[in-house]
Design a protein around this ligand. Structure first.
Ligand code: CMP
Length: 133
């Protein structure tokens, strides 16, 4: 089985959607290997999104991700990375397929409700970033 990292972001958490998103994760056949609620420090958010550090939206992204509680989940499933990306939809909720998590709970590209790893390798790296002792 493959590993992917999901984050329920501060917008979805604040709007009371965390429970529904966790239900959807289970319905879609993922095993929740690890899960925790946390308030990210700016440093932890900067480290997680380091690949985007030269992008113009980096500061905004770090401020947003450290603005309130998140739920971080390490998920396992056959083809977990591609399946989770299918379930969450496009980065911009306005472009996300109907019924995907970002369509249902996202607002815009910044406030897009959830994160998903973009490759099998990053699924493991990102899970270790939050869950490796
Ligand atoms: P995520 O899947 O968590 O990975 C990187 C995040 O950067 C992405 O979701 C978006 O929330 C954010 N992002 C990407 N492009 C932009 C943008 N143009 N403006 C603000 N945030 C962005």
């Amino acid at each position: 089985m493959e590993t992917t990292l999901a984050i329920i972001k501060p917008d979805a958490y604040k709007n009371g959607h965390a429970g529904k998103i966790i239900d959807r994760i289970i319905e879609e056949g993922f095993i929740i290997n690890h899960m925790k609620q946390l308030l990210l420090s700016k440093k932890k958010a900067e480290g997680f999104y380091e690949v985007h550090k030269d992008r113009p939206f980096f500061g905004e992204l770090v401020d947003f991700m450290s603005s309130g509680n998140c739920v971080v989940l390490s998920l396992k499933r056959e083809n977990a990375v591609s399946k989770w990306r299918e379930v969450i939809g496009a980065t911009n909720p306005e472009e996300a397929d109907k019924g995907t998590i970002r369509d249902l709970y996202g607002t815009d590209t910044g406030n897009n409700a959830v994160h998903g790893s973009d490759s099998s390798e990053n699924g493991i790296i990102e899970s270790n970033y939050f869950f490796k002792e």
